[in-house]
Design a protein around this ligand. Structure first.
Ligand SMILES: Nc1ncnc2c1ncn2[C@@H]1O[C@H](COP(=O)(O)OP(=O)(O)OP(=O)(O)O)[C@@H](O)[C@H]1O
Length: 759
């Protein structure tokens, strides 16, 4: 007999701890955003594009303000606080940026493209768009006269004239319509070109000098990705259409003012008073909208971000069984967005009452005012129609703010966000992102020039063995400036394999961050003695981390300028392997040959592309690199890291997958070692890179890199790691009340280790 026991896992408190820590949505730091569109376009104006963007989480809000105040001294008025602090719920009072700040930021963001390498085609296209806009205004004026004659013929019952005017009208219609269509097309094309240039411009600065890392790790600004994708698109589209709207309005005003003034001057004055009054009232009624829009962006972003976190951490949440918690957090976020949107809709409705009344109340005024002139025979019937048309045009021109109030307030937020981002990117290589006066200096020296020759010409081997020299390094955390390591001095020679150990949180990974140039808070000097590979060339672009280069040695030649660690034979394996999007081949070739395998275009029409979107690989960060491995090399390296079986599982090296999901953590770590073996660096820094592997695989991988002649420095907690290293740097947690060093180095005696472990 078969017995089934039903077990409810929750009461039994079955608690599975996932391998990957689960980040709950309560502790978010938004990197994505949500866009909604709720703008009502004016019927008489070209629509201003408007999107509502995601904004920062409450937590990040304070960081941003802190950053702004820290940066205020070094980065001009742009960094002045223009937003108050959030009260935690996100509904804190926010100061609307002043007009001066907005104009300054607008110019700073908009100008570079028009002075860039693409300025000639850009200016030409802009001139064409303005010419077409002028053409369309001319056509509108022409239509107003055609309409007048048409209605005159109708009123006079002059059939012959009527037919003639009708034909003229149809002819003008056929000739004029293309101008309107082409104007819009040319504007969109130019906006796309401008956006493309700016996207590249911003992305390059974002990825340069490890700015992306600093922004994220120091929580400097929220959602840089959203600013690059949505805000740039919104900015270029809106800036262009808004400039054209203004230009159009100015030309329209000049053209139709003449007509209206010519018909009846007092009507013109009435219109002027009406529109000025209307503008003042709509600014007053809509004053709340700017802030409500701003918070709507933030709340929508928080909600969207919560959902993305669930997707990203699906397995962890499922293991924890945290669905109930997630749904409560998500509903709370949505409720918050809903409540703000309700207030926004009420405000918009109130403004709409006014704008609708404003728009329609006056419709019959021109006809009513000029009608007596018609009755007394001073003007013909068609003139009434013409005055109505001219009146509406001028009303639209004077009422830009009334009709576009919502769009203008949303555009202000976009300018503010992009201007702030631009300031951060501009200053990323200066002290803006790190306020410390004294910094850790990181230097790369050419090992060949550091060789010392004896008088008989023989090389003093000891110098040429040096790989890394750390002198009096005191390391602090970037924001709180808590000391992690005190006065560390250490020399690593070739094949000198160092194991860094210490309690959790003592600063082991942070030491690697300093060695990689990611952190520079503290004092001391780090010098890498790197090789310029025979088969490599030093990149000449302005890319690669901007590192401070100090005098390292009387004899060693410092390698100044752009530095790419991989090209100089220094490799880092982070704690969490990073799987790129793409094929298995791309995984293996990353990061050394990434640009060779990523297609520059997806096969679309090259005629539709623009030259500045092409990237010259030799000017990229991987300009100096070893010879690219062949397919056989890639297959062999997979075998070497005991991953040969995944080839048959996934078909070929060119199969695409979400590799971080389909490979186990241990498999991802082995793949990271495969990259390392292909790249053959001089030295590698491994941060718990075998933590997910069994001991047999760990030993196998260490043997592989040792056989490849790579010097390695590892961080780890496992006892088995001692077997693969010959020195141990032990860091202890700093005691704030003492000035003692918190580290010691000792040789590893593998036999005694063996005895310790087996005691
Ligand atoms: N971006 C940061 N800003 C401020 N403090 C940080 C930052 N990153 C880490 N820390 C802090 O620095 C300390 C050292 O962190 P680190 O990651 O170097 O520890 P670790 O020794 O590698 O720990 P583990 O063994 O748990 O990985 C920790 O107390 C940590 O909270």
């Amino acid at each position: 007999m078969k017995t089934t026991i039903l077990v409810d896992t929750k009461p039994l408190a079955l608690f599975v701890t996932p391998k990957k820590p689960c980040y709950t949505t309560a502790n978010n730091f938004p990197v994505v955003q949500f866009s909604i569109q709720n703008h009502k376009y004016s019927s008489t104006m070209p629509p201003l594009k408007r999107k509502i963007k995601g904004y920062s989480s409450s937590k990040n809000w304070n960081f941003k303000n802190r950053f702004r105040s820290a940066a205020a001294s070094s980065a001009s008025e742009s960094t002045k606080l223009d937003k108050g602090s959030d009260n935690g719920d996100g509904d804190g009072q926010r100061k609307v940026p002043g007009l001066n700040t907005l104009f300054r930021r607008f110019w700073k963001v908009a100008a570079p493209y028009w002075f860039s390498e693409d300025k000639e085609p850009a200016r030409l296209q802009l001139a064409a768009v303005f010419a077409l806009t002028l053409g369309t205004t001319g056509i509108s004026v022409g239509f107003s006269f055609l309409g007048r004659d048409f209605y005159n013929a109708l009123a006079n019952k002059d059939q012959e004239q009527f037919t003639k005017q009708l034909l003229y009208y149809l002819g003008a219609f056929a000739g004029g319509i293309p101008f309107f269509v082409l104007r819009d097309y040319a504007r969109e094309i130019l906006s796309l070109r401008w956006r493309s240039w700016m996207t590249k411009f911003y992305m390059e600065r974002y990825l340069k000098n490890q700015t992306f890392y600093k922004i994220q790790s120091q929580s400097i600004i929220d959602n840089p990705d959203q600013r690059i994708v949505d805000d740039l698109s919104s900015f270029t589209g809106t800036a262009l259409s808004f400039s054209l709207t203004l230009f159009n309005a100015a030309v329209d005003l000049i053209s139709f003012s003449n007509i209206l003034y010519g018909i009846y001057p007092p009507l013109f004055v009435v219109l002027l008073v009406y529109s000025i009054g209307g503008t003042a009232i709509s600014v007053f009624l809509g004053r709340e909208l700017v802030n409500l829009n701003f918070f709507q962006e933030k709340k929508e972003a928080d909600f969207r971000y919560g959902l993305v976190r669930v997707r990203e951490n699906a397995e962890s949440i499922a293991f924890y069984g945290g669905e109930e918690n997630e749904i409560q957090l998500l509903l709370q976020r949505f409720k918050s967005a809903f409540e703000n949107l309700t207030r926004l809709l009420i405000s918009s409705r109130n403004l709409d009452f006014f704008t609708s009344g404003y728009r329609y109340l006056i419709q019959i005024l021109p006809a009513a005012v000029v009608a007596p002139m018609y009755f007394s025979g001073k003007i013909e019937f068609g003139v009434i129609n013409q005055s109505v048309s001219a009146f509406n045009h001028i009303l639209g021109d004077f009422s830009l703010i009334v009709y576009q109030f919502q769009a203008i307030s949303a555009f202000s937020a976009v300018i503010d966000r992009l201007g702030e981002f631009d300031d951060v990117l501009d200053s990323s290589s200066s002290k803006y992102l790190s306020s410390s006066v004294e910094e850790i200096s990181l230097t790369y020296c050419n090992e060949r020039s550091s060789l010392l020759l004896e008088s008989n010409g023989s090389i003093i081997m000891d110098r040429c063995q040096k790989v890394l020299d750390i002198e009096n390094l005191t390391l602090q955390t970037p924001t709180s400036k808590a000391t992690l390591i005190r006065d560390l001095s250490l020399v690593i020679n070739k094949k000198d394999h160092l194991l860094v150990t210490g309690p959790s949180g003592s600063g082991k990974t942070s030491l690697l961050r300093a060695l990689a140039g990611l952190w520079n808070t503290g004092q001391g000097k780090i010098t890498f003695y790197v090789n310029e590979r025979n088969d490599t060339q030093v990149p000449t672009s302005s890319e690669g981390p901007a590192l401070k280069v100090n005098t390292a040695d009387d004899t060693a030649e410092e390698l100044e300028g752009p530095i790419n660690r991989n090209d100089r034979g220094i490799f880092f394996l982070p704690q969490r392997p990073y799987m790129v999007l793409g094929t298995l081949r791309q995984q293996l070739l990353y990061p050394t040959w990434a640009d060779d395998v990523i297609p520059t275009s997806d096969g679309g029409d090259p005629a539709g592309s623009v030259p500045f979107l092409m990237r010259n690989s030799s000017s990229g960060t991987s300009g100096g690199k070893p010879i690219k491995p062949t397919t056989d090399d890639l297959i062999q390296v997979l075998e070497n890291v005991r991953l040969g079986y995944i080839l048959s599982r996934f078909g070929s090296l060119d199969s695409k997958n979400e590799w971080s999901s389909v490979l186990s953590l241990g498999e991802q770590q082995r793949l990271a070692f495969a990259r390392l073996l292909l790249s053959k660096p001089k030295v590698v820094l491994l941060d718990e890179s075998t933590s997910a592997l069994d001991e047999a695989n760990e030993e196998h991988l260490y043997r592989q890199i040792e056989a490849a002649g790579i010097t390695y420095i590892s961080i780890g907690h496992r006892r088995t790691l001692f077997d693969h290293h010959n020195r141990n740097l032990h860091i202890t947690t700093v005691d704030p009340s003492s000035n003692e060093r918190n580290w010691h180095i000792e040789p590893i005696n593998r036999d005694s280790m063996y005895n310790v472990l087996n005691r």
